[in-house]
Each structure stands twice: as structure tokens, then as C-alpha cells.
Design a protein around this ligand. Structure first.
Ligand SMILES: [Zn+2]
Length: 531
């Protein structure tokens, strides 16, 4: 039997951005969009163009994504025409592949919140969809509070959905906006809707207020919906949205879904899922949830004892899916066998071939474990891992030595009597027997140090001239007086390639220095600079 296509729609950048304490920058949004695209997500919802500066800039960018990049916004306001609604005009003109309108579908909300008539609400849906379809856009309609609306007045809720469908909307998305619906209700209501609108045009958008957003999404797919909306790590306001990080592997690995549906995520892309989930946490400066299904550190961890020896012999005895299918790993606390094969896999990925019985692999694993115990995060810092591996395997030239550096921070009055804080860094490096001294001012001590370090590296200068820092993140580990600082630096070169390095120290300047050094040395290694 041919499998049906099931589409995935990510709203991390729109609904996920509503999470308490989450504030995406433009840089974050572009990086997340790229990550979702690499994962094989069909639709990436970017945000509300025109509603805030970040989203307006995001939609003005050149993005080069395979995913359908989607703009979100309201249908035309009641009592206005589409040509006389600046919000709608901005949405339709946005540089987006698709437009997702949100409209009320619960009669109670139309009367109380919108203070308009049911007929005007339907007219607003029809007019808005028609205007966007007329501009050649793919159109989606989010039917807000659809399930509550359907329970209260099924004819009206369905009328909202069919109004958009008849005007040419590609997808009618049924939203459980307050997250209170249960799987059996979702299955029954979606089942009724797909009798009127083909399931190939119906989507589900579930919130997690009864912790069933994933279950509700799967129930909707079982009942006929062919688009699932959600966010990475279940980000979203209140209790979050449906977690795509749990939904994707369930669709890929559980036969009931895998035998029926194809999704845009390949087996190879599925293996990057854990990494994507952890990368998002790093960007949000959050510790990943150890107990997250599929991707958490503990998801495939087994304590020593009879379970562990059984797992060694036959993993399927205790694991519902193979951990490497989602890019996670088995953790057996009796043996470092699993860690070793993981390190070998990682070395293989970066192009270093080494025999599994080579004593240096065991040494590398020990060094990684020691350093992770004091705060280094190699999963987040691919370039630092590669350098560490090459160093342990004895393959990194000593390009230059930093003999000393000095960073000062001064607060004083400037020429016009304004109080300013300036940072100055002086770096003394030795390249090829020659001592070079560079000084630079920066808007902060790390910035000054970075500028001074990269100002003059003698014969290596040409290799690093295209290097820029694109992100700098600091996390305080442990807390209290024993606190250490972890710095993650993301760099980019002239070809647009990005990499991340890490430094750890009780001193933030020192931690930053380590990460900066790794970034420069990594670039030299990558460029094949002569020793
Ligand atoms: Zn929502």
C-alpha cells in the first residue's frame, strides 16, 4: 500500500516565541529556521511581519530555505474592506511563500471578543483568503479554538473552515488553542471535519495544557488530518505546543505511523534530531531536559546490573527504539563501550579514521569525560571537539603562542563630559620566532581581546581575515561562590561556514579567551595553514 504524505509545520519562531523568558533575536530566528530546514520540516512559520521589528527584518531577508517559509497574521478586521486594512496589506506583501491567517471559529468568541456578527466573521475569512490566493500565495487558515467552537456550535465552526477551503486555502488548521481537548475528542471531531473537507487539506495545532498535545496530534493524524503543527522541544506559551521532537520519531519509528505515512524527515535527518533539540536549548541558554523522550540524556540510560548486561547482548530487550536512530546514545554505566563507539562515530563524521582498539581513542574519551565534568560542552561546540580530538591524536600544529595578554576596563569622562566605559586589550603573540604586539579598544573586554588577538598574526593573518564572531553566549554553572563560567562562541568565515567553540573557567575573560583561541586555531586547521 502506498504511503500517504503527512506534512510537518513548525511554529517555534511564532508560537514558540510566546514562551515566557524566550526572546529570539534576528540571528536566532535565522539560525533556527536553517536548523528546521536541515531537519526536513515542510513549513517554517517565521512570525508576524509588520508586528515587530525582528519579524519585519526577518521577512525582508534572503533566506534560501527549502521549507515553505510562512508569515502569520490576522484576517481583515471586521467592518473593513481588504483594501483598507494596512495590517492585512503588510502580511500579503511580505516576502513569504505562504500566509497563515488566524480567525475565530467559536461563535462565543466572535460575539464577545470580536463584537461582530457570525456572518461578518465568515466574510472576513472569505475576503482575506481570496485576497492572498489572488496574490499567488499558498494560504493556511488557523481556526482558533476550533474544538471548543465545534462543541458549542458545530455548524458555525465548520462554516469557518469551509469558507476558507472554498476560497482556495491549501490548509485548514484546527487549533486546540487553550489546550484542553482530549485525544478521543480530537479523533471524533477531526473525523467529522474530514467528511466535509478532505483530510489532505486539514491540519492540527495542539497546545499542551493537559499534556496531550503530542497524543492529540497523533489522534488527529489517525482521524485523517495530514498536517501536524508543533514546535521544537514543545516550546510555547503556558504549557507549550505539541513537541515535534517527540512527534517526528514516533511518526518515523512506530510501525502504525511509519507504514502509513511519509514525512519530509529522512532517516539521516532523524539522526540529527537530538542535536537540533540540544542546540535550541543552548541558544536559549537552558539546560536540556535530561528526561526528554527520545532525545534526553537519560532516555536510553540504564543503571548497572542485569539490565545492562542484557542490553549489551540484545538492545531490543529494553529499548523501544534504537537510540542512534534519533542521534541519541545508549548509556551503560558499567562500561565505556558505548561512549567509545560514540567518539569513533564522531571522529568518522569529521573525517578522522581511527581503529576502535587504538589506545588513543580510550584516552580521548577520558579527556572528554574529564572536561565535560568541569563544564565543557562538546556536543554544543563541534569545533572545540574536533581540535581536542586532533590534539589527543597528535595532529594540530602549534601555529603561534600567546605569550601574554592584558585586558583593562576603564570608566571615565570623555571629551564632552559624558561618563563612558572603555575596554583595552594588549596581546603579545609569538609567530615563527617573531614577537608581535597588538592593542585594540572594544565595547567590552571580550570584544577588545578578540580584536587585539586577530589584529596581527603575521603570516597567518590572511587565513583569518574573513573570520567574524556571530554569537557569544555565557552560562554560569553550579552557582554560588564555586561558580564557573562557560562561554560558547559561534564564528563564521568568508564562505559562510559556521562553527562553535567553548571555554570554561572561573574567570569569564579566560573562558572567552579559550573559546576565541579555539576558533582561530580551528580556522587555521580548516584552511590547511602551514605549521
Ligand atoms: Zn497556538
Amino acid at each position: 500500500m502506498a504511503r500517504e504524505r503527512l506534512y510537518l509545520f513548525d511554529t517555534t519562531l511564532r508560537d514558540g516565541a510566546q514562551t515566557n523568558g524566550v526572546d529570539f533575536t534576528l540571528h536566532d530566528k535565522l539560525a533556527i529556521a536553517k536548523m528546521l530546514d536541515d531537519l526536513g520540516i515542510d513549513y517554517v512559520e517565521g512570525g508576524y511581519p509588520g508586528a515587530n521589528l525582528t519579524d519585519t527584518e526577518l521577512f525582508a531577508q534572503e533566506r534560501k530555505l527549502a521549507a515553505t517559509f510562512t508569515a502569520f497574521g490576522m484576517t481583515r478586521r471586521p467592518g473593513r474592506s481588504t483594501s483598507n486594512d494596512p495590517g492585512l496589506a503588510a502580511l500579503i506583501e511580505a516576502k513569504a511563500d505562504a500566509i497563515c491567517f488566524v480567525a475565530k471559529s467559536w461563535d462565543y468568541h466572535v460575539r464577545v471578543a470580536l463584537e461582530t456578527s457570525l456572518e461578518e466573521n465568515l466574510a472576513s475569512i472569505r475576503d482575506s483568503v481570496r485576497a492572498a490566493v489572488g496574490k499567488g500565495r499558498e494560504v493556511l487558515l488557523d481556526c482558533e479554538h476550533f474544538f471548543d467552537g465545534y462543541k458549542a456550535n458545530p455548524q458555525f465552526a465548520l462554516a469557518c473552515a469551509t469558507a476558507a477551503y472554498e476560497e482556495g486555502a491549501r490548509w485548514i488548521v484546527l487549533c486546540d488553542t487553550n489546550g484542553g481537548a482530549l485525544p478521543h475528542e480530537i479523533e471524533a471531531i477531526v473525523g467529522a471535519v474530514v467528511k466535509v473537507i478532505p483530510g489532505t487539506h486539514v491540519g492540527i495545532h495542539a497546545h499542551n495544557d493537559t499534556e496531550q498535545a503530542v497524543a492529540n496530534s497523533l489522534a488527529a493524524a489517525r482521524a485523517g488530518a495530514r498536517q501536524i503543527q508543533g514546535t521544537l522541544n514543545g516550546l510555547g506559551e503556558r504549557c507549550g505546543n505539541a513537541n515535534l521532537v517527540s512527534i517526528i520519531p514516533t511518526l518515523k519509528l512506530k510501525p502504525e505511523f511509519a507504514d502509513r505515512f511519509d514525512i519530509g524527515v529522512s532517516d539521516a535527518q532523524l539522526k540529527t534530531l537530538a542535536h537540533a533539540s540540544h542546540t535550541l536549548d543552548e541558544m536559549l541558554n537552558r539546560a536540556p531536559n535530561r528526561h526528554a523522550p527520545y532525545v534526553g540524556e537519560s532516555a536510553f540510560a540504564t543503571k548497572a546490573g542485569i539490565h545492562a548486561s542484557a542490553i549489551m547482548k540484545e538492545p531490543a530487550t529494553y529499548e523501544h527504539v534504537p537510540p542512534d536512530a534519533v542521534g541519541n546514545r545508549r548509556k551503560l554505566l558499567v562500561s565505556d563501550q558505548a561512549g567509545k563507539s560514540n567518539v569513533i562515530a564522531e571522529l568518522d563524521r569529521i573525517g578522522i579514521k581511527v581503529d576502535k582498539d587504538d589506545a588513543r581513542v580510550a584516552r580521548l574519551l577520558d579527556v572528554v569525560k574529564e572536561r565535560e565534568a568541569i563544564g565543557y560542552a562538546y556536543e554544543a561546540a563541534d569545533a572545540s571537539f574536533e581540535l581536542l580530538a586532533r590534539r589527543v591524536l597528535d595532529k594540530v600544529p602549534n601555529y603561534f603562542d600567546v605569550e601574554k595578554f592584558d585586558v583593562s576596563v576603564e570608566q571615565r569622562d570623555n571629551a564632552v563630559g559624558r561618563r563612558i566605559t572603555v575596554s583595552l586589550a594588549v596581546v603579545k603573540v609569538k609567530v615563527d620566532g617573531e614577537t608581535l604586539i597588538s592593542a585594540a579598544e572594544g565595547n567590552g573586554p571580550v570584544n577588545a581581546l578578540d580584536l587585539a588577538l586577530r589584529k596581527d598574526l603575521g603570516k597567518y593573518q590572511s587565513y583569518i581575515s574573513g573570520l567574524t564572531l556571530t554569537d557569544y553566549r555565557v552560562r554560569i554553572l553550579d552557582g554560588g561562590t564555586e561558580a564557573v563560567t562557560r562561554v560558547l562562541i559561534e564564528s563564521q568565515d568568508e564562505a559562510g561556514e559556521r562553527w562553535t567553540t567553548v571555554g570554561v573557567s572561573p574567570n569569564i575573560i579566560d573562558a572567552s579567551f579559550q573559546a576565541l583561541m579555539d576558533s582561530i586555531v580551528y580556522k587555521l586547521v580548516k584552511s590547511g595553514a602551514p605549521a
